[in-house]
Design a protein. Sequence first.
Length: 164
Amino acid sequence: MINEQIRDREVRLIGENGEQLGIMSAREAYKLAQDAELDLVKIAPTAKPPVCKIIDYGKYKYDMIRREKEARKKQRITEIKEIRLSPSIDDNDLNTKANQARKFISKGDKVKISLRFRGREMAHINSSRQILDTFFEKLSDIAVVDKPAKVEGRSMIMFLSQKH
């Protein structure tokens, strides 16, 4: 809220240089802001009494937008990348998949490794756990296990993320 929109009976006023001007009526505060050729802006509406400040509203709004943009720039959305393996995977293929996972993890993404079983491969789930263990050993220098290997339906799933 700015200028005439402020309808409170009493407000705590802060001057243009940050000095406390005390508690006064909203009309008096608005007159002081007009005399300084600036705007009266309600900064803390929930306080008792509400806090208002004499500032240039256009500049204030510009600063707020710039701060929000800066905060959005610094945010990083982590994605979950999936790598699928099969129980009959060869060592070279496992190395290739591990290198691919290394790229994802170094970018800061989480990696979901799923070992998919088809047909009679379901009978050998226990012996296939070593494939996931071997896969993790190749990445143990940069990754940690978020969720350990767990069987879900016809696949065994493990999540890896970057070491901090």
